[in-house]
Write a protein that binds this ligand. Structure first.
Ligand code: DGT
Ligand code: CA
Ligand code: CA
Ligand code: ZN
Length: 578
């Protein structure tokens, strides 16, 4: 079995374990292992042979054993046993949107359906609506979900991977390519350069006078499995993990226009090309030409390209035709979009007090090394028991710990919590405890499947609490795993605006929540934001860049980001007792 197939097997194990209601840490361990394999970037066989598997981040010793077994024999007893207990078709049902293991199992038990096709037939025959706890509405929803899933797989939607996994391959590849003597300029392009949350493949553009030499170097990149196509200017390879990489090599003079073309998006290009024609120009992947046939224009940069169209430079994160061109027409220059260097405080950090991997001291030292002015220690509250929610006594201990560590570091350590928004909209911890904290992030971690009306009421009620200051990972999505939960987002944003709560832009690459389309509506209401890491380890502090990119995609300006301000101003805006 190759790395991609083993990753799929590990994900299947994770789904079975979820199905069985096993401990979330165990489930997460398999998911992390799968992700580690997908972004391995080198030959798995070699890693195993050199006994380096446990050195890969996300792979512990027991997981390493299973991976070796799968690699060697193509099977593992655990998965065989799990499959015997649960037909694969039912697992597939569980993967439908809004379904999940519990519902799939209930349908399997009640109707005897063991595949998506059988489930669809049962819905069409009206059998689901007759079941206790289901009804007409859920029957319609299931049918809609089946439709959505099948159209997604028709578009190859199943093949997308997380941005962070793609960067795990793309960044080493970029460094490798730039080191080649024939390479004059190189960049990653496509959805990755636009910082989309998931990508289908990697795209790279290289400027060079010697395309053959560039391609020879490219196909020798460690981890390349197959060369799928190779021409004079284009080359496509597939990594052993299954990830496809498209390379385009152009003469250095064409570099800017080629990079622009391969950055996309297609939707942005459609509008840009229309504007070019209005100005007597035509833009294609080959460059910019005059419509009168007088030849190609020299375009030295993307900014110059936009200038030809009387537009300001539009940052790649915004190139989706989701309002950026209208904004430009309205006079927006996009110059003050938030940048990583604007961020002064690392927000939403977990420690070993709850489910983090590192101590308060380790996290603070790491924040120092990153040059942060302040950080918030915001571990889980007691209701999040599965994540080691911190009881009152331990919370007091943590405050002592912070006092002990503070003199040793430059970064100002703020006391906080990630307080669970309970089912009725109450916040976890008594109010007098919350008021003694510097920062409260309020998030939902449980009961995410309540109907949209109830969820809206729950959130609106939570936002009425005077201590509600930051709405953590707002819609609870987990990319490629879980849809955002249903609620009337606009009504909730109205409530946030009324209570002057800030919106978190969560940088965990599995979340990237709130997403750009809602960020734009939040901005329109004058809401403020915190760009967070949701770090559960020292490495997790590096998630800031994903938060910043997501904020930029939503058009967020430096002035709208509370943690781009000094600590006193930040506290004035978020302190629960203020
Ligand atoms: P992905 O790969 O689905 O995550 O998204 P992209 O945007 O990376 O799409 P991809 O890899 O198919 O193409 C990379 C860029 O190349 C795309 O953003 C724009 C450009 N491009 C590719 N095909 C076309 C096309 O048919 N028309 C236009 N105008 N541009 C294209
Ligand atoms: Ca792509
Ligand atoms: Ca591509
Ligand atoms: Zn959380």
């Amino acid at each position: 079995m190759d790395a991609a197939a083993i990753a799929a097997a590990l994900r299947e194990i994770a789904q079975h374990l979820t199905f069985r209601g096993e401990n979330q840490f165990k489930v997460r361990a398999y998911e992390n292992g799968a992700q580690a394999l997908e972004s391995l970037g080198e030959d798995l066989g070699k890693v195993i042979a050199e006994k380096r598997l446990t050195q890969v981040r996300g792979i512990g010793s027991s997981l390493a054993e299973k991976i070796e077994e799968l690699h060697r024999t193509g099977a593992t007893a655990l998965l065989d046993e799990l499959r015997a207990g649960m037909p694969p078709g039912v697992l597939e049902m569980a993967r439908l949107p809004d379904m999940g293991p519990k519902k799939a199992k209930a349908l399997h038990d009640a109707l005897g359906v063991s595949s998506v096709a059988e489930l669809e037939a049962a819905c069409v025959a009206g059998k689901v609506r007759e079941l206790k706890g289901f009804g007409q509405k859920s029957e319609d929803k299931i049918l809609a979900g089946i439709k959505r899933a099948s159209s997604q797989s028709a578009q190859g939607g199943g093949g997308r991977i997380l941005l962070s996994s793609a960067l795990g391959v793309g960044e080493p590849l970029l460094a490798y390519m730039r080191a080649a003597p024939a390479v004059r300029a190189a960049d990653l392009a496509g959805s990755l350069r636009r910082w989309r949350e998931t990508v289908a493949d990697l795209d790279m553009v290289v400027g060079s006078d010697d395309a053959a030499a560039v391609m020879d170097h490219f196909v020798a990149f460690p981890g390349v499995g197959e060369v799928e196509a190779r021409g004079d200017t284009k080359c496509t390879v597939r990594m052993q993990t299954g990830l496809q990489i498209d390379l385009r090599v152009v003469p250095p003079g064409d570099y800017a226009t080629a990079l622009h073309h391969f950055t996309g998006s297609k939707a942005h290009h459609v509008v840009i090309r229309g504007r070019a024609r209005e100005r007597g120009l035509t833009i294609s992947e080959w460059g910019v030409e005059r419509l009168d046939g007088s030849g190609k224009l020299e375009v030295g940069s993307e900014a110059a390209l936009y200038q030809l169209l009387e537009l300001p430079f539009i940052p790649p994160e915004l190139r989706e035709n989701e309002g950026e061109l209208e904004a430009a027409d309205g006079g927006d220059r996009f110059e003050d979009l938030v940048e990583a260097r604007d961020v002064r405080g690392l927000i939403h950090c977990h420690t070993t007090y709850s489910d983090g991997k590192n101590s308060v001291e380790d996290m603070a030292r790491a924040a120092d090394a990153l040059g942060a002015e302040y950080m918030t220690i915001t571990d889980h509250s007691p209701a999040a028991a599965y994540a080691g929610g911190v009881g009152l006594e331990r919370l007091l201990q943590q405050w002592d710990d912070i006092d002990r560590v503070q003199p040793k570091v430059k970064v100002r350590i703020l006391r906080g919590t990630e307080s669970d928004i309970l089912e009725d909209g109450a916040l976890d911890y008594p109010r007098e405890v919350l008021e003694r904290l510097d920062v409260v992030i309020a998030s939902i971690h449980s009961r995410m499947k309540m109907d949209a009306e109830k969820m809206t009421a729950r959130l609106v009620a939570a936002m009425r609490h005077p201590v509600f200051k930051i709405w953590g990972h707002p819609l609870g999505r987990r990319l490629l795993e879980r849809e955002p939960f249903g609620c009337d987002v606009e009504a909730v944003l109205d409530a946030a605006a009324a209570s002057r709560a800030a919106i978190e832009i969560n940088g965990d690459p599995h979340r990237l929540d709130l997403e750009p389309k809602w960020i734009r509506l939040a901005r329109a209401r004058g809401l403020k934001f915190v760009v967070s890491t949701d770090a559960h380890s020292i490495e997790g502090l590096g998630y800031l860049r994903y938060g910043v990119a997501t904020a930029r995609r939503g058009g967020i300006r430096k002035s709208e980001v509370l943690n781009a301000r000094g600590v006193e101003e930040f506290l004035k805006a978020v302190r629960p007792a203020a």
